[in-house]
Design a protein around this ligand. Sequence first.
Ligand code: WAQ
Ligand code: MG
Length: 261
Amino acid sequence: MLYSVRMRAAQGGAHEAGGKHISGAERLVSPELLTSTAAAMLRRALSHSRGTADFINFTVETVADADVQEADCLSITSVQVPSVAAGRAAAVTALVQAGIKPAAAAAGLERLAGLTGSLRGAMLVDAQTGARLADRSDRGVRVSRMDIADEQRYLHWLQRQGYNSIHIREAVVLASKVMSAPGVLAELCWSDDPEYTAGYVAAAGTYTRFTQLKPYGSSIGGRIFFIRENTDLQQLIKYLECQPVLIRVPAEEAGDIAISE
Ligand code: WAQ
Ligand code: MG
């Protein structure tokens, strides 16, 4: 049995009462890690660069082992870009390579860049037309009930590639679940943390980081999932929100670690 632990924190009241989203986190942990996981989330919500939360919601639920699916971890590539404009142009190119129509890729980027506040979840966007799908206005679709299968191996794997930030650690797990969903072609994301300018495009097994997708100091970030035509949106949203998924570190890397230890 595992526990799904979810936290969302806001300032100025609950999200549903118009509060500003401060922080959120999703984990899927064994019973012995439940208390420490929840305590770490609480600490995070209370000291966040986006501001101090005055509303914090926790949800803890058991998940039966038989209900858990597995999915492969994306591989990570980093692209240094000289400016936000260059990063955004490179991100659009990566989306087009992933099969998103150029106009839809550009429209998706404009949707993120044009937000006036951060949503709690992701926008779904048609990969052909750039139209927003299943619009839930400022709520979006919150991906939940996912974690890494073997955390120590994952941290080791990340560290060997020079990645230590918690932003990357969490985003790769989220993007790996999203890319395992039926109908998702690609994801575009940048952080809502004002000091964090990097973002990524996930597509076709790869998580491509761009060092600058957002100006320093901006606290508006977000996520867009580009959806293939004829996708059953109800089924997709159910998978993203509810299906428990554990992410496996790539097999050959795991083999390397086993040999070197
Ligand atoms: N499901 C859907 N959307 C989410 C979720 C979720 N579980 N969590 C966050 N979002 C949306 C929400 O609109 C946030 O405002 C936005 O994404 C950004 O969330 O160096 O830190 O947690 O490799 O601020 C990218 C890492 C970090 C780039 C992304 O996102 C790198 C990050 P944040
Ligand atoms: Mg954030």
